[in-house]
Design a protein around this ligand. Structure first.
Ligand code: PLP
Length: 446
């Protein structure tokens, strides 16, 4: 791009000259410029032009679950960093890392009690797959198992293995060779499904499909099934309890490790510490990241059971920053704040309030097809025909999100839907303002 000398001095221009921008057309960033964020407090961020925005989407990634400028977390990190920021990995441990492992054992459901730490969601998924495969070999139960079953529309990350499990075209549609042995089955989407079935019938079909896929692939070769408890594709897809219970039953029947990918759901997003709790199931392996540190430090974790961990005689996997003490200090502070302030229960109650308000104000608008959500994670799904549930006009969803941005409220477009997923410190006033902005934007655009 040819930049004028004035633009050359500008932060945006320097960013265009020196940064690579993910999952967006580079030409678009060069044309419109990157979004400069200068500072933030609570749920308000200030952009490069000094304009405030109410962040109702947790920094778009759904990671920032305690807002901006939290001094308690920053101080906990500072105190740890000047004492011992990072000590190495393998068998080296620090106090905050062990404290975090203990907390996770307490907070996660069922028998999950052993933690492996990583730097983010994709690494958590890669590590979970390795635990599953190495368990199948190490335990002698399935010495040749290498296959993993995932789902249509899944998002499990962008590194090679995680990307192979992902069905999100913006990262998966590349010429890289996929991980061998991955197959994908239908996902329990709520509002639309490709077979036009009723919701519960479709959920049952999707769960039973897993059994057929395991039989088709050869049960002795299938190491694991992976799924997000609540899926993001086309906005907050909440399956039934019966769906997950049937999936659990099938995995147990065929000795297939059940990996629940909680990266986007964990630490209160759905009004529970982990979304898995809503479905009353116990995973064999669970991944988490994002809200683990509320976005204050890059960290993820994988939890598994003692029996699974002990069946792996020598875990053939490592990441340099596994168990980083400064990141662990951030996670410990985040957990302490969420416990002390009762934010997980509050998030559940806020979700009930917000869902009712969204339904009350938006249901009758002609382009609104479905409204759903739980905790601090809701979606308004759009259509061009309420009766047939036809897809919305392609540019409409982004136009509504952009209009809301111009009204000072940040939300996220997710396929046919717009998601609202604020930090757990969002107040009823923030939710009310979001409903009003939603209505004003939809009426103006759709
Ligand atoms: N798994 C799920 C369910 C996710 O939502 C994401 C990211 O959005 C990932 C894995 C990958 O996480 P990361 O971007 O931290 O690598």
């Amino acid at each position: 791009i040819m930049l004028t000398p004035v633009l050359k001095n500008d932060l945006a221009a320097q960013a265009i000259d020196h940064c690579i921008f993910p999952i967006i057309d580079a030409a678009e960033v060069k044309r419109d410029g990157p979004a400069i964020v200068a500072s933030g407090t609570g749920l308000t961020i200030i952009d490069g032009a000094g304009k405030p925005h109410l962040d109702m989407i947790s920094a778009y990634t759904r990671a920032n679950s305690l807002g901006y400028g939290n001094q308690e977390i920053a101080r906990a990190m500072y105190d740890q960093m000047v004492k011992m920021h990072y000590a190495g990995t393998v068998s080296i441990v620090t106090e905050p890392m062990v404290q975090l492992a203990r907390s996770l054992a307490e907070l996660t459901p069922g028998k999950l009690s052993r933690a492996f730490f990583v730097s983010g969601g994709s690494e958590a998924v890669e590590s979970a797959v390795k635990i599953a495969k190495q368990y199948q070999v190490g335990s002698g139960k399935k010495p040749h198992a290498y296959k993993i079953i995932s789902r249509w529309n899944a998002y499990h990350g962008a590194t090679a293995g995680a990307m192979a499990l992902t069905n999100h075209l913006s990262v998966a549609n590349t010429p890289d060779p996929a991980m061998p042995g991955v197959s994908k089955i239908p996902n329990p989407s709520c509002y639309r499904n490709p077979f036009g079935m009723a919701e519960d019938e479709y959920f049952e079909f999707c769960a039973n499909y897993l059994e057929q896929q395991i039989l088709h692939e050869g049960p002795e070769l299938v190491a694991a099934f992976i799924g997000e408890p609540v899926m993001q594709a086309n906005g907050t897809q909440i399956p039934s309890k019966a769906y997950w219970q049937r999936v659990r039953e099938i995995c147990s029947k065929y000795g297939v490790m059940l990996i629940i990918d909680e990266v986007i759901c964990c630490f209160g997003r759905t009004g529970a510490w982990f979304a898995t709790e809503h479905f009353g199931i116990e995973p064999d392996i669970m991944t988490m990241a994002k809200a683990l540190t509320a976005g204050y430090a890059p960290m993820g974790a994988v939890m598994t059971t003692e029996a699974i961990a002990d069946a792996i005689p020598h875990f053939r996997h490592v990441h340099t920053f596994s168990g980083h003490a400064g990141c662990a200090a951030a996670a410990n502070a985040v957990i302490a704040i969420k416990k002390r302030e009762g934010l997980i229960d509050k998030a559940y109650d806020n979700g009930v309030y917000f869902l009712a308000a969204l339904k009350d104000k938006l249901t009758d608008l002609p382009s609104v097809g479905d409204i759903r959500g739980i905790g601090h994670w809701h979606a308004v799904d759009f259509t061009s025909n309420k009766k047939t549930k036809a897809l919305p006009e392609p540019r409409m969803v982004k136009a509504i999100a952009d209009k809301m941005k111009s009204l000072g409220v940040l939300v996220g477009a997710a396929g046919t839907a717009i998601e609202v997923a604020p930090g757990l410190i969002a107040t009823r006033e923030d939710f009310d303002r979001t409903v009003d902005a939603f209505k004003e934007a939809i009426v103006a655009i759709a």
